[in-house]
Design a protein around this ligand. Structure first.
Ligand code: PEP
Ligand code: CO
Length: 469
């Protein structure tokens, strides 16, 4: 990642929002918080978290903000991705390496396509809390509190597992730290062999009608990397150490505010629990606790925008969160769905243009394309599963690129739910996964993710789209 600044910036009083404290959100209506019963324990955990070391630094956060400002100007491209929800029991070396590997490989493919530098931001090292549409889950007539992420409760469908337990916030902090520590070690080690397409798992390419195009692309990436290594006389990983940033939804405000700190020789408050927190669609009320909390921190912020988002409210949220129209501060992550993007995106772009603001636009083609299917045949016939179609995900992306081009704005990023593993949660892609295949290796307890092959293929298709301009 980056290094501390040599000359600390002067104190800038406008960096401290008026009337704000890390806990001022407590006076606002705050949705999606766990219904804890043991309040003294919650406050005890809050105090403990406040005393624990932070996970990231303010200079890394500033470096990311600078890169996002470049992406907003079309000089870079943001690749954000990872699990819908991380799990404590998936905090292991194989899983973390696989996730890093797919994000790095996708980014190399995207560099090839767009000729722009890529900023990699993982949905990792803290993506442990989920907003839910319903407080309860009903199975066979039994109603229990919904699973809200490992930071809150457990997935098992028992009364005991579903009780929100504040102590889990401490486990969340530890698992985030363990994950990030391993990621930093892998990056410091150069991660070199992963740069070489000859080590990529490309079996799926053979199943695609675009096989020739994919093979030429992979060959060109390999050639470029070898050329660079020969010229510079070093491994690609050492020439320009790749960096990865972290992000998660800023949902559990007890946790987020405990990780919010001041730092020596810099003004303002920083959420040092992640580089880039984002505001979800369910918690975007301009007068609510989440917006109140986010307005006071210096981190770059993501804001999800969907078909249910009210544009007047969004503009108010932008006024609150980004009063100085600071470059890199706001990334609007639109997620309308393939069937609705053409009705909603032009209106969003026009409205933001009217405000005169500069934001970075990124497309999340996952959350507007979730559907439930009932398996018709096979050993799991009758089972209902949440899924997403590869073709719908791609269609939303393609339409988004096209709409931005028409309007004269820049689509500067993409946001995926993906994993480096061989899960079967989304259908389609070169291997043509069908609904019946879903039950083979479906591991997500929340949203369905693209698997390794589907993610790499998606990157190749976006790269091909970028080449066309
Ligand atoms: C998510 O990113 O997992 C999520 C819940 O998204 P959204 O707020 O866009 O529904
Ligand atoms: Co999700």
């Amino acid at each position: 990642m980056d290094h501390p600044p040599k000359t600390p910036p002067q104190d800038e009083p406008e960096n401290v929002a008026s009337g704000w404290t890390p806990e001022s959100w407590r006076d606002r209506p705050t949705l999606q918080q766990p219904a804890y019963s043991d309040h003294p324990r919650v406050e005890e955990v809050f105090g403990e978290l406040q005393r624990l070391p932070p996970l990231v630094t303010s200079w890394e956060i500033e470096a990311l903000r600078g890169q996002l400002a470049e992406a907003a100007r079309g000089e870079r491209f943001l690749l954000q991705g990872g699990d819908c929800a991380e799990r404590f029991d998936e905090c292991n070396p194989e899983y973390i390496t696989a996730k890093l590997k797919i994000l790095l490989q996708m980014s190399l493919v995207l560099v090839h396509g767009g000729g722009r530098r890529i900023t990699r931001v993982g949905r990792f090292a803290g993506q442990y809390a989920k907003p839910r549409s319903s407080d309860d889950e009903v199975r066979d007539g039994v109603s229990l509190p919904s699973y809200r992420g490992d930071n809150v409760n457990d997935t098992e469908f028992t009364a005991e597992a579903r009780v929100p337990d504040p102590t889990r916030l401490l486990r969340g902090h530890e698992h985030s730290a363990l994950t990030l520590n391993f990621i930093r070690a892998l990056i410091d080690g150069g991660f070199a062999d992963l740069h070489h397409p000859e080590y990529w798992d490309l079996d799926f390419v053979a199943h695609s009608p675009l096989r020739g195009e994919y093979e030429r692309m992979v060959e060109a990436i390999g050639d470029s990397l070898r050329f660079m290594e020969t010229v510079v006389g070093a491994q690609a990983g050492q020439i320009n150490r790749v960096d990865f940033f972290t992000s998660h939804e800023a949902l559990l405000l007890m946790y987020e505010s405990a990780m919010t700190r001041t730092v020596p020789r810099r003004s303002g408050w920083w959420n040092l629990g992640t580089h880039m927190p984002w505001l979800g669609v369910r918690t975007g009320d301009p007068d609510g606790g989440h917006v109140e909390f986010l307005r006071g921190i210096r981190n770059p912020l993501g804001i999800k925008v969907g078909p249910t988002s009210d544009l007047d409210q969004l503009v108010r949220v932008l006024d609150v969160l980004d009063p100085h129209d600071e470059p890199g501060r706001i990334t609007l992550i639109h997620r309308f769905g393939a069937s609705q993007v053409s009705s909603f995106l032009p209106g969003l772009l026009a409205r933001i243009k009217e405000t005169g603001r500069t934001v970075l636009y990124s497309c999340d083609p996952m959350h507007g394309n979730t559907e439930t299917v009932q398996l018709a045949k096979g050993p799991n016939a009758g089972l209902r599963m949440k899924t997403r179609k590869f073709s719908h995900i791609l269609a939303e992306l393609e339409q988004s690129f096209e709409i931005h081009r028409r309007v004269g704005t820049i689509l500067g990023g993409v946001h995926f739910e993906l994993t480096g593993d061989r899960v079967t949660e989304c259908t389609g892609g070169a291997r043509g996964l069908s609904d019946e295949d879903l039950a083979d290796s479906y591991r997500s307890h929340v949203d369905p993710r693209l698997n390794y092959e589907q993610s790499l293929e998606m990157a190749m298709l976006i790269a091909a789209r970028m080449v066309k301009g």
